[in-house]
Design a protein. Structure first.
Length: 276
């Protein structure tokens, strides 16, 4: 790894990314050690071993909203219940990090071993930008199958934010109605995931400082190994994956064919139209 230029991904994007003019003997960004390390991490975090972490992150969003909304209305008792749930979910997430420790160590070592000899200290913003680029390079294969779930999660969270009497949508019914139709849109999911991640790669200079700030727990300007191992799963999920999923979900609804099926399922669940 010491012979590999860790800035290759940034140079690749500065050169316009993929193009027909690229020479066959030029190195493939997918084979860059940082991309390989990120893919290894994502295979675990998005696989069975990472399910507990994903569930904890998703569940904590509704609990956090419950704490805030009940606190704002003066319902201290219910807010305390939500807070207890939130603490339990965060504990579950913390224990789930252990499943990612080997892959996180590989990612850290890949970054450090690619440095110039004698270079020491924690990660700077430029090195974190390489993580951003490598993540978005390999993320489409993981984002594509998650787009629909992300869309339904946003709808469900929106329902949780409403007063109980105003919750008229059965999100489960919408999902059941959509499930037989999802195979029609497989190519659309893959296309949107690629387009979404390619677009976000052009914003790496904006995304990197945000990710770096979330990783830099003590605020000293550098990310230590301890900070990285502790903060990376949440930081990557919040600053990169949630953003990609949000952008991708909006793009899904802008696709006419998918939007037709989705709105039909929504209408059926609300009793407005008949499902097909």
């Amino acid at each position: 790894f010491q012979t590999v230029n860790c800035n290759f991904l940034a140079e690749f994007m500065a050169g316009g990314g993929y193009s027909d003019e690229r020479q066959e003997d030029e190195p493939s960004p997918e084979k860059h050690p940082l991309a390989i390390a990120l893919r290894a991490l994502l295979r675990v975090s998005h696989g069975p071993a990472g399910r507990a972490l994903r569930d904890a992150v998703e569940d904590s969003a509704a609990s956090l909203h419950g704490v805030a909304s009940c606190g704002a209305t003066g319902d201290g008792s219910t807010a305390a219940d939500y807070k207890q749930e939130l603490e339990a979910q965060l504990d579950e997430g913390a224990s789930a990090y252990r499943a990612l420790s080997s892959e996180l160590s590989l990612l850290w070592e890949t970054i450090i071993l690619a440095r110039d000899p004698g270079e020491t200290g924690g990660l700077c913003v430029e090195e974190v930008e390489e993580i951003v680029l490598a993540h978005l390079l390999v993320y489409p294969e993981f984002l594509a199958p998650a787009l629909v779930k992300g869309l339904f999660r946003r709808v469900a969270l929106g329902q949780c934010m409403l007063a109980f009497g105003d919750r008229h949508l059965d999100v489960g019914a919408v999902m059941r109605s959509m499930e037989p139709k999802l195979h029609r849109h497989k190519d659309t999911f893959a296309r949107i995931a690629e387009e979404c991640c390619s677009h976000l790669m052009t914003r790496s200079e904006t995304l990197a400082p945000k990710l770096h700030k979330r990783l830099d727990l003590d605020g000293d300007g550098l990310v230590s190994e301890e900070e990285f191992m502790k903060a990376a799963p949440d930081a990557i999920a919040l600053e990169l994956e949630n953003l990609a999923n949000s952008v991708g979900s909006e793009s899904l609804l802008n696709d006419d064919n998918f939007a037709d099926d989705f709105h039909m399922a929504m209408g059926a669940a609300l009793g407005i139209t008949g499902g097909s």
